[in-house]
Design a protein around this ligand. Structure first.
Ligand SMILES: [Zn+2]
Length: 292
């Protein structure tokens, strides 16, 4: 199998980010972020169209209600629509039963708009971790074909550092699901999370490229799962009143993201995550099995 590249976008309004948990935002500011989310997502659609690249959009379910036209247009452009939960709460917040309700609510709202089954999930803040490993069973029970929420890194907010870096079967108590972990770059014993976020904005783009090369050369099947957020491409947006460290983490490097994304999209072919999942399943390749 050829090396796959997946560009994924976690679509949420800026005030929903984990760093802003507990902050009081005015209705006006939330409306402004919602407006900018739609505008920036449409710009991203233009960049993808120019590069003739297809992507996967993991969308907060509530956005299917507030911005159905946006969801419809993303889908009409040929991109995959996946779920990013109902309202962007981490999996830690739920019991298996309440997580099921949240998942189905989001899945059905998105499906109502597009008329197509939602088969992929990305947990807010990669919150499928050891403690929330039961999520695997719920995802499979709810009809999801794959998940992309386990980050094989050591990080203060998320990650399972010893999880496989390539596609694997995440094994729960009664079910299993195909997992597409975000791209990492292995340096010695450490997996650097080079798939997106702060690393994409802060480090030279060469670090992500090195991760892409390493994955293509050393893994089979090779899947480089990248992730971005619309708000990361909006350097002019009003700033959230975050603490000093959170502010730096959130806003560092935002003025260079659009040029970087365009550069990444050039000269590479991109596949939707669901198409990668189908190719892997059709190939009958034996993937590692990893109990959560
Ligand atoms: Zn998110």
């Amino acid at each position: 199998m050829q090396p796959f590249h997946v560009a994924s976008f976690d679509v949420e309004e800026h005030h929903r980010i984990e760093a802003a948990t507990g902050l009081q935002c005015s209705v006006e500011l939330k409306q402004e972020y919602a407006r900018r989310m739609e505008h920036t997502t449409r710009q991203l659609l233009d960049h993808l169209a120019k590069a003739q690249a297809l992507a996967t959009f993991y969308i907060v379910g509530e956005i299917a209600r507030t911005h159905p036209g946006l969801v419809r247009d993303i889908h009409a452009a040929g991109h995959e629509i996946g779920s990013h939960s109902w309202d962007h709460r981490r999996v830690h917040h739920f019991t298996p039963d309440s997580f099921r309700d949240d998942l189905l609510r989001s899945k059905e709202a998105l499906e109502d708009v597009t008329g197509e089954a939602v088969l992929g999930f990305r947990a807010p803040t990669f919150s499928v971790v050891r403690q929330t490993g039961w999520a695997v069973d719920v995802l499979a029970e709810c009809g999801f074909e794959y998940d992309s929420s386990v980050f094989p890194v050591r990080h203060d907010r998320y990650g399972i550092p010893d999880a496989p870096r390539g596609p694997f079967w995440a094994v729960g108590r009664s079910h299993e699901i195909l997992e597409l972990p975000p791209l990492t770059y292995q340096v010695g014993k450490f997996n650097l999370p080079v798939a997106g976020g702060g690393y994409f904005r802060l480090f030279p783009l060469g670090v992500m490229r090195a991760g892409l090369r390493q994955t293509a050369q050393s893994m089979s099947p090779s899947v480089a799962m990248l992730y971005f957020h619309p708000w990361e491409f909006d350097p002019e947006q009003p700033r959230l009143p975050l603490g000093r460290v959170a502010k730096w983490r959130t806003y560092v490097g935002m003025s260079r993201t659009t040029a970087r994304l365009k550069s990444l999209l050039q000269g590479r072919s991109f596949a939707r995550a669901i198409d990668v999942v189908r190719a892997i399943k059709a190939s009958a390749v034996a993937l590692p099995r990893f109990p959560l």
